[in-house]
Design a protein around this ligand. Sequence first.
Ligand code: ZN
Length: 361
Amino acid sequence: MRRLLLIAMLFACTTVLAQETENVILITLDGLRWQEVYNGADSLLVNDSGYVGDPEELVREYWDNDPLKRREMLLPFFWNTIAKDGQLYGNRKYGNKADCSNQRWFSYPGYSEILCGFADDENITSNDKINNSNTTFLENLNKQREYKNKVAAFGSWDVFPFIINEDRSGIYVNAGFKKAKENLTEKETFLNKIQDEIRGPWGTVRLDVFTHHYALEELKKNKPRVVYISYGETDDYAHDGDYDQYLKSATQTDAYIKELWNFVQSDEQYKNKTTFIITTDHGRGTHPKETWKHHGKQIKGGGQIWIAILGPDTPALGEVKQEGQLYQNQVAATVLAALGMKYDQPKAGKAIEGAFETAKK
Ligand SMILES: [Zn+2]
């Protein structure tokens, strides 16, 4: 009898399955093409003086004949760390595809699909500041006791409070030109001040430096468990036809992600317990005369995206080179799966298979 009990106990011990991840940071780079993620600077654009202020400088900074070197020059954290320890999906050269399931291919529909887990082409028809009638996974989590008030969102674009429906969800959304509030740290006070002084080129999108540092400060100050950070510059510089700034922003955002990663790996709550999921809201065109600047249903390639994952439960597959098809509507369930949960939303796409292994404790 005792022996049986012992066996039963051993069995119980080895089958208690648990994941290490307790926190998730979901990150998006607005309209950064998979073409640059996987091949680096585009040969058709990198020295086009119509789109680049100083072609010679840009070529020096971003060009190598080998696309594998080029992409590392553009996104060193992606290709030195995520490619080694995480997973990268969406290199269509290998038939590994990731696409929007919405058929609009612009920002509000893309972000809503990412955050809610399903497309809603019927109701989401513009980027207007209309409160989302759908519920995001952030709102879903914020209703759970364990995550209540431990969910936060930061974005450069001022439409996020509507996409996340801040009024209804009660989630803290610092987006557009919003400032940090309550119990300000010294850094937040300074960010609030200089955000008024550094206007940036756009009226509805702030420079990513503010979004990034407000988010990083929140991680340090309030230790949220689930954070969404949306960087916006890549898309706006592309719309403006500034290919050099588009690349430089991509590189800077890669450095921001590295800074976030280094922070979480140095912090007791987050260290080895935090998963990063990184993606984009839409693709863009590929034609060097004009369509690369744009996206939307009329632009071929506008619905093509990519997805990256890095964290303690993620098998190190690196760049996934098998044929496959992922959709943007899988991101929400994947975030929940990272936290060891099923997303309670029947319309949502399934969590990405193979993104997490359940460690035996
Ligand atoms: Zn755009």
